[in-house]
Design a protein around this ligand. Structure first.
Ligand SMILES: Cc1cc2nc3c(=O)[nH]c(=O)nc-3n(C[C@H](O)[C@H](O)[C@H](O)COP(=O)(O)OP(=O)(O)OC[C@H]3O[C@@H](n4cnc5c(N)ncnc54)[C@H](O)[C@@H]3O)c2cc1C
Length: 404
């Protein structure tokens, strides 16, 4: 599925987001890069446009536009600023747990606020002892009367410093059935934030630490049943995390391609544009090919998700393909730019640093390849994309490939 197969509404959405990104986000990028301060104003501006609620059903005030539309929003923001794409995706990711595991009361209460842009949700799973190995989790939630009491630490939580509602998974027992998920308001007593520290890239995005000390959570804030925490964590990561990070990588990749084309046109060597050197021209062709392949994988997986088809393998493939090809292209582009790519404030230096941030979240490349091998060898279990399908009707395809 290429750009040509998108529906008119997708093209319109892309134009809107691109206009916003170029007019509002681009002018802020130099400051975000220089200061690394968490970007709150643009995060609100994105949320107020309804883009965090892109997958929320219209009945709850959302756009009800699905995963392909979400991909386009993240891609277009990331093309201009990886940090801005990361901010949007982390909150869109936070929506998944409420859509799939929230009870009707929780949905009625939170989804309209998220859709309106007045509440930014997050998902907090990772701990110092639990990254890829989710079951290594040690944070506890003890039931005391009509409350749970949370103690422990979460790290690398996307939008840690701007999130209003954290989705927190903690231990209520032993083993894989001993995890439970909770909705924790950012201002709840007992929850504190470690100071924001700058990272290699994604300047303006926060993915920091949440500390819980005897943090009391009412029973009404439990998400799903006791023991369903692993399902909440996996469903968020598989159904939203993978396509979202895919889209961030795609946006950065597109930016690498555009920057490199610009550079090879402007740079004169041997009395001619740089792309007239055949090895440079071949590299530009390879860059273009990688972006096209990456985009196909991304849109195809998101489209399948929208139709309710089983597509866990496609989602993994989209993530690993987009991350790996973007990193390959970042290296090739650096070689084309030679010394000019090394300036701290050169756009390419930013893209290279930002692209490295997309490797770990929602599963490293090795983890994706291991799971893909499970599929190839027939060793995989049931698929999240099918278990939690929200497709309203069986996927009848219209002529242009969009769900009718
Ligand atoms: C930009 C960014 C945003 C993030 N956002 C969030 C968020 O919103 N919420 C959240 O909870 N977390 C978030 N994270 C954390 C992210 O989920 C973890 O980084 C990820 O799960 C990997 O964990 P880790 O970094 O501890 O690496 P580890 O799991 O310690 O992995 C270290 C190395 O071991 C390898 N490895 C691990 N397990 C296996 C295995 N089973 N087989 C073979 N190799 C293996 C990995 O491939 C890697 O090379 C974010 C991280 C980043 C960088």
């Amino acid at each position: 599925m290429s750009d040509d197969h998108l529906a008119e509404r997708h093209h319109q959405l892309r134009a809107q987001v691109r206009q916003f990104a170029e007019s509002r986000v681009a002018p802020r990028v130099p400051d975000m890069e220089r200061t690394s301060v968490v970007e709150t104003e643009l995060a609100s501006a994105v949320a107020q446009r309804g883009w965090i609620g892109v997958t929320i059903d219209k009945a709850y005030g959302g756009m009800g536009a699905g995963h392909l539309a979400k991909t386009i929003i993240i891609e277009e923001l990331s093309r201009v600023s990886g940090a801005m794409g990361a901010i949007a995706q982390a909150s869109q990711l936070g929506v998944a747990k409420i859509i799939h595991f929230g009870n009707e009361q929780q949905k009625q209460h939170w989804l309209p606020q998220i859709a309106a842009g007045s509440c930014l949700p997050t998902i907090a799973v990772t701990e110092p002892e639990a990254g890829s190995h989710v079951l290594g989790m040690q944070m506890t939630a003890r039931l005391k009367g009509d409350h749970y009491v949370l103690n422990g630490r979460k790290q690398y939580v996307g939008n840690s410093h701007i999130g209003d509602l954290h989705g927190v998974v903690a231990r209520t027992g032993q083993g894989s059935q001993g995890l439970t998920a909770f909705l924790v308001e950012a201002d709840r007593p007992g929850l504190t934030l470690a100071p924001h520290t700058p990272h290699l890239g994604l300047h303006g995005f926060s993915f920091g630490e949440l500390h819980f000390t005897n943090c009391r959570i009412p029973m009404a804030n439990r998400l799903g049943l006791e023991g369903q925490g692993l399902d909440v964590a996996y469903s968020s990561s598989v159904l939203y995390g993978r396509p979202n990070l895919t889209a961030v990588a795609l946006g950065i990749h597109q930016a690498i391609l555009e920057q490199t084309i610009r550079f090879t046109r402007e740079r004169i060597r041997y009395g001619s544009q740089l792309h007239n050197l055949l090895n440079i021209k071949v590299k530009v062709g390879q860059l273009h090919s990688r972006v096209m392949t990456a985009r196909l994988a991304a849109y195809h997986a998101a489209h399948l998700l929208d139709t309710g088809a089983a597509c866990d393998a496609e989602l993994m493939n989209a993530k690993v393909t987009n991350v790996e090809l973007a990193l390959d292209s970042a290296r090739a582009a650096m070689e084309i730019h030679a010394a000019a790519g090394l300036h701290g404030d050169a756009p390419l230096s930013r893209y290279l640093r930002d692209a490295h941030h997309i490797f770990a979240p929602a599963g490293t490349s090795d983890v994706q390849w291991l799971r893909l091998a499970d599929f190839a060898l027939g060793q995989h279990k049931d698929q999240w994309s099918q278990r939690l399908s929200t497709a309203p009707t069986p996927p009848a395809l219209a002529v242009d490939g969009e769900r009718a």
